[in-house]
Design a protein around this ligand. Structure first.
Ligand code: PLP
Length: 385
């Protein structure tokens, strides 16, 4: 595995920890996604939850993507960054009245609705504003994403979406709601899915459900397949871009789309993860009883994924080419879970070395917290340093 190529002279003077984004890689990734979706007439919405940094959002909006939001503030952030309301979808199991009103005021493209009471509330709030809200039903397809349990969302035991057995009741209800227009169905089975064939059973389920709706006289113009395509956390330098070719081809081959029907996607992680790294310095190297600790100035407050779901991030000492030694790589936070990796082979490390935690562009900066009264890390961009 080769190390990433970081502009170390430019980076070493910046106060750590900070996020560093390779904008060339982001743009290359966006270009490939655009090419592959264009082949099949698919529509791509970027999942804002993965990274809502204003500059990142602006670049993605400029490339013509729509936005997939899961809160009223994400809808506002997407609008402020230049995503047109006509390309914004809004999912989430617990949308509040305030959030729904924000989205109604902007006239977003579609609410991805997850329960009957939510449908009723959107109808009621839309009626008060004299509007017709476009909705898609998020259906829980009971398809196993074969990923970490915390990022599996499409099993019937998960909190997301409508249970398939309840759909007749839902359709009946929608018939009575005057300020709701049903325009589609929506799915999202999970995240960090590395084997694209995992999505084949989802396509089969969508094909079945299409028939179910048609038998009830309902044509759906939009099918939203969610996100979930994984990235290579082990070797980001060798595989900086996910296999979008195979991913979109699988949907093209397996989905039975009707004439005029549009397939939408809302990828997050695989768009932004590889372009971001958390840059941090070694504060101390400490000898333990049988091990050494490399204590960084970044902690779980800056990148929570390892503490939250035992996630792996490749760690590189970009200041050293000395032979590797094993370290427990830890942060300064007063929690034992503030550990990035155990027995990890790093080029021999000393105080002040610059360390890169790779593949941190997704679910990194956006999940930063101020626990221990820490500062939120700043962001720097390769084309502006
Ligand atoms: N769509 C929905 C509804 C989601 O909940 C998520 C992530 O949780 C995504 C899209 C983006 O998923 P990913 O970042 O894995 O592509």
């Amino acid at each position: 595995m080769t190390k990433g190529t970081f502009p170390i002279d430019k980076l070493k003077g910046i106060e750590t920890p900070f996020y560093y984004y390779d904008m060339e890689l982001l743009k290359k990734t966006l270009k490939i996604v655009k090419e592959e979706t264009k082949k099949y007439g698919f529509i791509q919405h970027y999942a804002v939850k993965a990274n809502a940094n204003r500059r990142i959002l602006e670049v993605i909006a400029t490339e013509g993507f729509g936005a997939d939001c899961v809160s009223g503030n994400e809808v506002k952030a997407a609008m402020a960054a230049g995503f047109p309301a006509s390309k914004i979808v809004f999912a989430g199991v617990g949308k509040t009245d305030k959030e729904i009103n924000v989205a109604l005021d902007y006239n977003i493209f579609c609410f991805n609705v997850e329960s009957l009471p939510e449908l009723e509330v959107i109808n009621e709030l839309a009626a008060k504003k004299g509007k017709l809200a476009q909705v898609a039903l998020r259906i829980n397809p009971n398809v196993d994403a074969h990923t970490h349990e915390y990022i599996t969302t499409g099993l019937s035991e998960n909190k997301f979406g409508f249970n398939m057995n309840h759909l007749d009741k839902v359709i009946e209800k929608i018939g009575t709601l005057k300020n709701i227009s049903l325009i589609g169905i929506h799915f999202h089975i999970g995240s960090q899915i590395e084997d694209v064939t995992t999505f084949a059973p989802l396509c089969a389920r969508v094909n079945e459900l299409q028939k179910f709706f048609e038998e009830r006289g309902i044509q759906l113009p939009h099918i939203n397949l969610g996100g979930g395509l994984g990235i290579d956390y082990e070797d980001p330098t060798a595989h900086p871009i996910s296999d979008f070719v195979a991913y979109f081809e699988l949907f093209h081959k397996n989905l039975q789309l009707r004439d005029g029907q549009t397939a939408h996607f809302e990828l997050g992680r695989c768009i932004v993860a590889q372009c971001g790294a958390l840059m941090t310095k070694v504060t101390y190297v400490k000898e333990g009883e049988n091990k050494k600790f490399a204590i960084l100035d970044a902690g779980m407050t800056d990148l929570i994924r390892p503490a939250l779901y035992q996630a792996y991030h490749k760690i590189e000492n970009i200041s050293s080419d000395l032979p590797v030694q094993k370290y427990d790589v830890v942060g300064p936070i007063c929690e034992s879970s503030d550990t990035f990796a155990k027995d990890y082979e790093l080029n021999e490390t000393k105080r002040g070395d610059l360390i890169a935690l790779r593949s941190a562009g997704a679910y990194g900066e956006i999940m930063a917290s101020q626990y221990n009264c820490r500062e939120i890390p700043k962001a720097y961009f390769s084309d502006k340093i």
